[in-house]
Design a protein around this ligand. Structure first.
Ligand SMILES: NC(=O)c1ccc[n+]([C@@H]2O[C@H](COP(=O)([O-])OP(=O)(O)OC[C@H]3O[C@@H](n4cnc5c(N)ncnc54)[C@H](O)[C@@H]3O)[C@@H](O)[C@H]2O)c1
Length: 320
């Protein structure tokens, strides 16, 4: 835990907000949550309770307790004493802008306001802040937030880099791998890459080339295994034999010009939606979502142990 940041406020307690809450609690912080939905508190406590055994297996920090969680029904009260604020309301630009502007009005001037947005630019999110837009940034996590280490940090035109440094230190103290993105672009970095695969996967299902299950198998038993250890660049570097990327580019470089990818997403027709939904339901037939979450969580814990064993810090430079 960092010494200056002790009390965190989480605004919006859906899938991602609850994931953050679990991670912050497990790292010994006190957390206040706010959500507009009256049923949110019950769902939040249930979600944290369900994820807690995974945190116990992964290792709790000193002072970590599920009892350090408070729910507040007034946004102004929820944020005014916070040392760090994580915003996770639905991905709608106008809503996020107004919620962030409201938080900016009530929070302490130096408190960082970090948005979990998957794709909206930080310059857009901070545009209506009149108190201190310098402390507004994107901090984009991955589901399940309590186990996935990556968080992408992106500053907007008005963000002061000193706040990015402070946020980086804070997320590190939460046992995460903060990656500072050099320029703001829609979708940041990882979501851009995932979007490209998602679009191609939809085309493949739409064109009847493979089912959802077959697409998943093509990743799980193929590139997914390698990607758990190395990203696309080093994976291909090793595909080039002793000469690495140099040989690979000589051999496959010209193929980049072939029209292999479609890039533009297919129309999400009712028929395609039904194919994708029923495909996923058939794949998971007989296994409920809670059971799937437990299996996924345990897998992620063991996978990260393997990653640390074979590839500490996931890079030889150790910069992350
Ligand atoms: N789901 C993912 O995999 C994922 C991954 C990374 C980032 N994100 C981002 O996280 C954010 C939240 O996504 P999610 O999947 O948790 O959404 P969600 O729909 O599960 O949760 C959103 C929550 O915000 C609450 N809410 C709505 N209006 C509010 C307001 N004015 N003030 C406070 N709370 C309000 C809702 O009641 C709900 O509980 C989005 O910006 C999304 O892009 C999502």
């Amino acid at each position: 835990m960092t010494t200056q940041i002790k009390h965190i406020t989480v605004v919006g307690t859906g899938v991602i907000g609850n994931g953050w809450i679990t991670r912050f609690l497990a790292n010994g912080y006190r957390v206040t949550a706010f959500d507009v939905d009256p049923a949110a508190e019950g769902r939040m406590r249930e979600a944290v309770k369900n994820a807690w055994p995974a945190m116990e297996r992964a290792g709790l920090e000193e002072g970590a307790s599920i009892d350090n969680l408070y729910f507040e029904q007034d946004l102004e009260v929820a944020v005014r004493n916070a040392d760090f604020i994580q915003e996770n309301v639905p991905e709608r630009e106008a809503l996020k802008r107004s919620v962030i502007a409201e938080i900016d009005q009530s929070a302490k001037k130096e408190t960082i306001i970090a948005s979990s947005t998957s794709g909206i630019l930080p310059s857009t999110l901070q545009a209506d802040c009149t108190e201190n837009p310098e402390r507004v940034m994107v901090a984009h996590p991955f589901n399940p937030v309590y186990l996935m280490p990556l968080v992408e940090l992106v500053g907007g035109n008005a963000t002061n880099p000193a706040f990015i440094d402070k946020a980086k230190e804070f997320y590190r103290a939460c046992n995460m791998k903060p990656l500072v993105i050099r320029q703001e672009i829609e979708g940041h970095v990882a979501d851009r890459l995932m979007e490209a695969i998602w679009r191609e996967a939809l085309h493949i299902v739409n064109d009847g080339v493979a089912t959802t299950e077959e697409v998943d198998a093509s990743i799980v038993y193929g590139p997914g295994l390698r990607w758990a250890l190395m990203g696309p660049f080093l994976t291909l570097h090793m595909g080039g034999g002793k000469q690495g990327m140099r040989h690979l580019l000589e051999q496959f470089g010209p193929a980049l010009k072939l029209p292999w990818t479609k890039l533009v997403a297919p129309e999400l027709t009712d028929e395609l939606a039904e194919k994708v939904i029923s495909g996923c339901e058939q794949q998971t037939a007989g296994v409920n979502m809670d059971d799937l979450e437990t299996r996924r969580d345990q897998f992620l814990i063991e996978l990260q142990e393997l990653l640390e064993k074979y590839w500490p810090a996931a890079s030889l430079t150790g910069k992350l």
